[in-house]
Design a protein around this ligand. Sequence first.
Ligand code: SF4
Ligand code: MG
Length: 328
Amino acid sequence: KPDLAERLAMRAGLASPPPTVHALDGVSLSIDRGEVVGLVGESGCGKSTLGRIVAGMLPVTSGTVSREGRDIATLRGAEERAMRLATQIIFQDPMSSLNPRKKVVDIIGEAPRLHGLAERRDVRATVEGLMAQVGLDPAMIDRYPHQFSGGQRQRIGIARALAVNPDFLICDESIAALDVSIQAQVINLLVKLRQDLSLTLLFISHDLSVVRYISDRVVIMYLGRVVETAPTDRIFAAARHPYTQALLEEIPRIDRRGHRFSSVKGEIPSPVNPPQGCHFHPRCPLAMDRCRVERPVLTKASPDHAVACHLDGGTGRPLTNAGVKTGD
Ligand code: SF4
Ligand code: MG
């Protein structure tokens, strides 16, 4: 419901409400402490919704979100506050979430002051430390957002998120609006911060090539469902789902034409009324009759590789180690 989403967005301090909420269907996602998971899919697949649900910003109508074994919906008071601070989201467009009339010292220093993490007289020093940590010159502490470049503004957004000492960062298309060379710098920063601060990261992107350099594991979503998950190396060397394979085929073409992303053949069907059976069947070159009626279950192809497809990587053979459900 947009009303609720809007209210929650405001409560979470977002400048604008999240986009339309798309249904998630039997999604099961677990992230280990210290792990970096890349969540990939075309726009409208539900990846941002999933990110907001994981952060506790959107309620789930069925299912649960647990953190360290505890259902976050049951947390109250100080525990709920602590959970919210420990999970921070960084969004795509820092300009829309940075107040243009506030100086950087107030933007980054607001949350630590509000939550009693820094005394008023210590806020400047705290902010200077955070600026240095994200590669910003602390001498710019009294400047306004428009006095920074796009990449620097994203660093301000990262510093603001780090200011409340989170251990889990969700980056939702955080670098999509930046030039490729700046994207690489911000990714390098996140890789460094992950090591220095032992962060866990959920890195949401429509671009497989972007998550490659930061993720330990990749989760591919299509229309509200997880269709494949595997360690990053395996996704790039031995993807088994036709959709993942199609996404991979896009990458060299992107580089040649200089386009960021051109979508897999065919329109993305409406997430409101998705196709029966395998959601991908109208666009899948390997679709069979069965695909139009029977939903493929996310099934382990090997201990760390799960695929939701009636075919084994397009060879026509059924999955061999079928049986272990990780979804739904
Ligand atoms: Fe294609 Fe069928 Fe596999 Fe879906 S289940 S990806 S339609 S082969
Ligand atoms: Mg999105």
